[in-house]
Write a protein that binds this ligand. Structure first.
Ligand code: GAR
Length: 200
């Protein structure tokens, strides 16, 4: 049985595309059962629709406006995702931090992709932070990681796979970003493939 993947995005969705392509090429024995975005304009929603994958839009703003808590937002998100009975929930650029109101529904089934190596540059600006550290002579390279999300910590958890990314003196932020994203697409697909194979 193909593994059922719920993919949570906030933006471009290039990593979602890498998953969809790997499924189409039969590199991954999986099915994306739903794509959820917290941003309506996320291009990833179009990628999902093109692939015939159901999409859901779940914005935080109405909760903030109604002074409803992040826990309530997360509990509702969990219900949306649970409807599709996923084996794994894959975070690719989902720019919200989770509370246990979401995580408790999917223990050891939430996987995050982050554009830095374990313990380095957590948060939403990892690529910018690595580039600045390189410019200051503090690092020679960076990388990407795929890890489990067991709790509420940001960009931390048991590491499933990493990939190294060199930085060159001729790099701009954009060339570095491109190299990191190319690596992410491969490492993410490989990590999911390993998880799925481990479950068989
Ligand atoms: C990816 O680079 C992912 O690693 C990053 O968001 C990007 C989404 O790109 N996630 C984080 O920074 C998590 N802290 P995409 O929408 O093109 O897949």
């Amino acid at each position: 049985m193909p593994a059922r993947l719920a993919v949570l995005i906030s933006g471009n969705g290039s990593n979602l595309q890498a998953i969809l392509d790997a499924i189409r090429m039969r590199v991954l024995d999986a099915e994306v059962v739903v794509v959820v975005s917290n941003r309506k304009a996320a291009y990833g929603l179009e990628r999902a629709a093109k692939a015939g994958v159901p999409t859901r839009y779940h914005p935080l703003k109405p909760y903030r406006d109604a002074e409803r808590s992040r826990e309530e937002y997360d509990a509702d998100l969990a219900q949306i995702v649970k409807e599709f009975s996923p084996d794994y929930v894959i975070l690719v650029g989902w720019m919200h931090i989770f509370t246990n109101q979401f995580l408790r529904h999917f223990p050891y089934r939430v996987i995050n992709l982050h554009p830095a190596l374990p313990g380095k540059f957590p948060g939403a600006h990892a690529i910018e932070d690595a580039f600045a550290a390189f410019t200051r002579g503090e690092i020679k390279g960076t990388g990407v990681m795929v890890h489990l999300v067991p709790d509420e910590q940001v960009d931390r958890g048991p590491v499933l796979l990493t990939g190294d990314v060199p930085i060159y003196p001729t790099d701009t932020l954009e060339t570095l970003r491109n190299r990191i994203q190319q690596t992410e697409h491969k490492v993410l697909v490989q990590a999911i493939a390993r998880l799925i194979e481990g479950d068989e």
